[in-house]
Design a protein around this ligand. Structure first.
Ligand code: FAD
Ligand code: DLZ
Ligand code: SF4
Length: 521
């Protein structure tokens, strides 16, 4: 009490926790500078160690968090930044918050809703245990709330992305003409997805030359286990909103005109083709999904003669459709989703997923590229690494660990729904209505990998037969009871059932040989 007036303002101090994927400078938290508010960002071992992350992923998160903290400080906010190497760092969110609350006489605690179930549970329990008051905020990033997809599909047995996407288009008035889809059609996928012509040179990706050598030596000092490689003096990923906006600009100008056409194409020489590589920037909220989509629409409307509508629609669908759908499915189905294993797969992930040392050209390229750039595009993830893991009957928990670690954009809400759901069919068809498996024929149709491969794409059995071919039929044979009634794959069983018994036996024997020698492939 000073002069009989209660010193309420002086004594009230709020701690606001900002997680590494909550770097949204446009959040309402930052609209005003309030000296009673202390922001904290922390590099912690609970986040660096829950999986073996790619070294570029850790570097990208730390570098982006540091840049963001500096930006807040420049805007006159009070910020505490705990580095991994700080002696006072207790290495997890709750212990560090406890210490900060005591140290700074904090009277109120706030955080934004985490995107990962694990951290959400931790912070909910933590804040309840506090003797001071607390509040939670939305991240103000997504176009949907956590429960919106659940409400949309309430009472339904199937969760079709396409219906959700149409709802999103209508709700946000995106690519609409009144109540009808612009140009008369909702989805132009049929016009997309071509193989890259042999002589086609894709645009060179926009890369950055960030210096993250300091972070890398701190990671070495603290013995953090990482995977993959990095050029720490010329780190290629965007680590600020400014760089992310530059990448967005580059994408809409240089890549959008061919985005849809070559969305599924794969070639050994190119690592990103016409993809945006904006997933990291969006997932840590440097960019909002709505601004990305609006920027693409703006560019298309200025250059309709250069950017066909199907390219734009395909891109918008990935973001307001697939991305929001995966997040909605995550919150609808967690925590059970993380234990689903519909096909009861139990095998180990082949060792060469961690090294890229396999004679299979498609896998060698996709894995080495991932180790080199912490990036592979969707079809490389789904139809090369994911396809093989499913054909090889790998335990989805092992597959999840790999995807959660290796990619720059990997956060559980979008990783597990894509991996366990779409790619490994461990949810029995909640997300993907059929398993995404293929023989060499699809890979050869969409890529330049098969030419020059040690294995023969045309051979199903015998020396140098492409492993995908026998494993493909082995997969259908193994899971006949669970899959043959699926109308989307019944046709495959017609083919399988028409094969002569000796042909079937030979295929299964070949698959069995490959499965028992999987680390030598
Ligand atoms: P682009 O091809 O340029 O697409 C534009 C944007 O659309 C992406 O940035 C992304 O935000 C969104 N998008 C496209 N497809 C999907 C999808 N299936 N789910 C959600 N958003 C999508 N994406 C992640 O962000 N994090 C992950 O951890 C992740 N793990 C995956 C694991 C597997 C097995 C598979 C098959 C896919 C995974 N994806 C993941 C989805 C997709 O592969 C990536 O979003 C995309 O490759 C990122 O590269 P990009 O930014 O160049 O995408
Ligand atoms: C991915 C990641 C890593 C590697 N390290 C940190 C960290 O040290 N501190 C932090 O706040 N966030 C990190 N992240 C991102 C988090 O894993 C993510 O913010 C939460 O899991 C919530 O989605
Ligand atoms: Fe992959 Fe088989 Fe083609 Fe080789 S032949 S690149 S293993 S699909």
């Amino acid at each position: 009490m000073k002069n009989n007036i209660p010193a309420l303002v002086d004594s009230k101090k709020t701690l606001r926790l900002i997680l590494g994927d909550q770097l949204n400078i446009n959040h309402s938290w930052f609209k005003e500078v309030n000296t009673d508010v202390v922001y904290v960002l922390m590099e912690v071992r609970s986040e660096t160690d829950y999986v073996w992350h790619h070294i570029q992923k850790v570097a990208a998160f730390f570098s982006t968090m540091r840049t963001f903290a500096n930006e807040l400080k420049e805007n006159k906010h009070t910020v505490i930044y705990l580095k991994l190497t700080d002696a006072c760092n207790l290495q997890c969110f709750d212990k560090n918050c406890d210490w900060l609350i005591a140290e700074h006489a904090i009277t109120h605690f706030e955080y934004q809703l985490p995107d990962e179930y694990r951290v959400d549970q931790l912070l909910a329990a933590y804040s309840k245990s506090l003797s001071i008051s607390h509040a939670t905020y939305d991240t103000e990033h997504f176009l949907t709330s956590r429960n919106e997809l659940g409400a949309f599909f309430k009472g339904k047995k199937v969760y079709l992305m396409e219906s959700f996407y149409r709802y999103m288009r209508k709700k946000h008035g995106l690519l609409m003409q009144g109540t009808e889809p612009l140009n008369g059609q909702w989805n132009y996928d049929a016009e997309n997805r071509k193989k890259l012509p042999a002589n086609h040179k894709a645009v060179a990706p926009m890369i950055f030359t960030n210096d993250v050598t300091g972070i890398i030596s701190e990671l070495a000092k603290t013995n953090i286990i990482t995977i993959g490689t990095i050029d720490a003096r010329n780190f290629v990923w965007p680590v600020s909103r400014r760089q992310s906006l530059a990448l967005l600009d580059f994408f809409v100008k240089e890549c959008l005109p061919l985005f849809g056409t070559y969305q599924d194409a794969m070639v050994p020489e190119e690592w990103s083709l016409y993809h945006s590589r904006l997933s990291f920037s969006m997932n840590c909220k440097l960019l909002s999904p709505l601004e990305v989509v609006n920027r693409a629409i703006e560019e298309w409307s200025m250059r309709k003669n250069k950017i066909a509508y199907n390219q734009l629609e395909g891109f918008v669908r990935q973001i307001i459709g697939w991305r929001e759908y995966m997040r909605g499915m995550y919150w609808l189905k967690m925590p059970d989703f993380a234990t689903l294993n519909y096909l009861e797969n139990k095998n180990k992930l082949p060792d060469w997923y961690w090294t890229g040392k396999t004679k299979m050209n498609c896998l060698r390229n996709a894995i080495n590229q991932s180790l080199h750039y912490a990036y592979a595009h969707h079809i490389q993830r789904l139809m090369i690494t994911g396809n093989f893991a499913l054909l090889a009957g790998v335990d989805p928990a092992e597959v999840d660990q790999w995807y959660l670690g290796i990619y720059i954009d990997a956060l559980e809400w979008v990783e597990i729904t894509n991996t366990r759901g779409m790619s490994q069919f461990a949810d029995g068809g909640l997300i993907g209505t059929k398993p995404y498996v293929s023989s060499a024929a699809y890979i050869d149709k969409m890529s330049h990998y098969c030419k020059g491969c040690y294995y023969d794409k045309a051979k199903k059995t015998g020396a140098k037969a492409c492993p995908f071919n026998s494993l493909y039929w082995n997969f259908y044979s193994n899971h006949e009871a669970k899959l043959s009634k699926n109308p989307r794959i019944g046709m495959m069983y017609n083919v399988w059932n028409k094969m002569k018994p000796d042909v079937k036996a030979e295929l299964l024997q070949q698959a069995d040989y490959y499965l028992t020698h999987i680390n030598e492939l």
